[in-house]
Design a protein around this ligand. Structure first.
Ligand code: Q46
Ligand code: ZN
Length: 313
């Protein structure tokens, strides 16, 4: 198998693009595709100040690295969920990337803020770990952006994540979520930062290959609460469809993006939103879920972020 660009031995087969590539040409190909997504969907502009949500996994570390290479240097934010060894190793890998890029890394620790990790919090609050974790991450990351002057929050969601979530929403006709899975979510006022997913059209396999070929050391284990049975089922179904007919996932999500742009301009539901009486951030009730959690555990209303001091290489 030869590289389609240089003719040397290929390192990766990409049937969805009908080509095989060597490591160098794959890195160039992958970065070019992400750059095209950023430009086409106007994810990040020259004036933007970007914060990347980093978990220590292949997707977010690849994203952080490639944004720097594409000329969009970004800082990172890591949320320490207090899952013992998993959180410790993930944070180490994230700090190593901050060192490599010489960028600021903020972190927020659940154990410091609430004296408990996600497992205990979930038990006490009687809420599934992932639902609680999602709420905390959305809130903390958004606040990190608005309090530290970042205009864009970039996350490492990839094609497989997005396609499986969309398939799940379609199979169960969850119409309230169906058209909310775009590649970007615009900022709202000064309280909600713009959110973007530059890897939206890149598969899990491509993100892992990019990380390995770029010498990025990422955490191989998944979060112990990751991927419920249904997500795995949908990813498996889509992978079978992909094997039989390459580019199925890409066509599925490209078609989705075309339709959201044509029929759902993203203006629905805009307008003033109720805000939390304690923190002033958007909330469905008088008090937002995050402030309720803070109150429940006697935490103060200010969020303290730890800033990692990089070691100079
Ligand atoms: S980190 Fe959090 Fe995920 Fe772990 S607890 Fe669930 S939501 S699985 S992306
Ligand atoms: Zn609040």
């Amino acid at each position: 198998m030869k590289c389609r660009v240089c003719g040397r031995q290929a390192n990766i087969r990409l049937p969805q693009y009908n080509r095989a590539l060597c490591a160098d040409d794959f890195i160039a190909f992958f970065e070019k595709r992400v750059a095209t997504t950023i430009r086409k969907y106007r994810l990040i502009g020259e004036q933007d100040k970007t914060l990347v949500a980093v978990s220590g996994g292949k997707d977010s570390l690849s994203l952080w690295n490639l944004l720097a290479r594409l000329g969009f240097p970004a800082d990172g934010i890591y949320i320490d969920l207090g899952i013992q060894e998993y959180s410790r190793v993930s944070f180490e890998k994230t700090k190593a990337m901050a060192d490599r890029l010489q960028r600021t890394l903020y972190s927020f620790s659940l154990s410091s803020a609430f004296t408990k990790g996600i497992k205990e919090l979930s038990r006490i609050m009687k809420r599934p770990p992932c639902s609680l974790c999602g709420m905390i991450k959305r809130y903390v990351m958004n606040r990190a952006c608005t309090e530290h002057g970042y205009t864009v929050l970039a996350t490492g969601h990839n094609l497989d994540d997005e396609a499986s979530a969309l398939l799940g929403n379609l199979l169960h006709w969850k119409e309230e979520y169906l058209w909310k899975k775009g590649v970007a979510l615009d900022a709202e006022g000064t309280y909600l930062a713009k959110k973007v997913k530059p890897l939206f059209l890149c598969s899990e396999k491509e993100a892992a290959a990019y990380a390995v070929m770029s010498g990025i050391d990422y955490v191989y284990e998944e979060c112990p609460y990751s991927a419920g049975a249904k997500t795995l089922l949908y990813k498996g179904l889509l992978n079978r469809a992909e094997e039989a007919s390459p580019a199925t996932k890409l066509m599925f999500m490209k078609g989705y993006l075309r339709r959201t742009r044509q029929t759902h301009s993203g203006t629905e539901g805009k307008g003033p939103k109720p805000v939390c009486r304690l923190c002033g951030y958007p909330s469905y009730g008088e008090q937002c879920n995050f402030c309720r959690l803070m109150e429940r555990f006697g935490a103060s209303g200010t969020l303290s972020f730890h800033v990692y001091a990089q070691s100079l290489s």
